[in-house]
Design a binder for this molecule. Structure first.
Ligand code: OFO
Length: 164
């Protein structure tokens, strides 16, 4: 049986993963509004991954006999600036999520909750991948700037991301 403190922490993380999905859908709509259909597509796929991250945590919580407490999901912003700013904000968000996952992992370790620790390892690895991909996109965006042909090339490349 999972501890009350770990149950609360996992419920909070589920809410954050759901917020991440909302945030990326809002960013996707923002990019689509600027006719950057490829960046919009990439962010929609990212939003569905975030929903899957929440679902995976929910399944784990229930398997441990925990209680799911869904809370209202905060509304994301509607304006994000240019595409470079969109992906800079994505990177900042992912870094903050990495911090939350690390804190959860530490809590599991302190509580000697080995099952949670092992489940959270997947999220630790996932965050490395997320930060690496988004960080690379930010570098590419800085290299091409937000004017000229380079950004349209990047847009078409981002549009090729396979659906999760
Ligand atoms: Fe769930 O990894 Fe991004 O936020």
């Amino acid at each position: 049986m999972i501890s009350k403190s770990m149950q609360d922490a996992l419920n909070a993380q589920i809410n954050l993963e759901q917020y991440s999905a909302q945030l990326y859908l809002a960013m996707s709509a923002h990019c689509a509004g600027k006719s950057f259909k490829g960046f919009a597509h990439w962010l929609t796929v990212q939003a569905s991954e975030e929903t899957a991250h929440a679902a995976k945590l929910i399944a784990f919580l229930l398997d441990r006999g925990g209680r799911l407490e869904l809370k209202p999901v905060a509304a994301p912003p509607m304006d994000f600036g240019g595409v470079i700013q969109v992906f800079e904000q994505t990177l900042a968000h992912e870094k903050s999520i990495t911090g939350r996952i690390s804190a959860l992992f530490e809590q599991a370790r302190q509580e000697k909750d080995y099952a949670s620790e092992i489940a959270l390892q997947w999220y630790v690895t996932e965050q490395v991948e997320e930060e690496a991909h988004v960080g690379e996109t930010v570098d590419h965006l800085h290299a091409v700037g937000d004017q000229g042909g380079g950004i349209w090339y990047l847009d078409s490349r981002m549009g090729k991301r396979a659906r999760a």
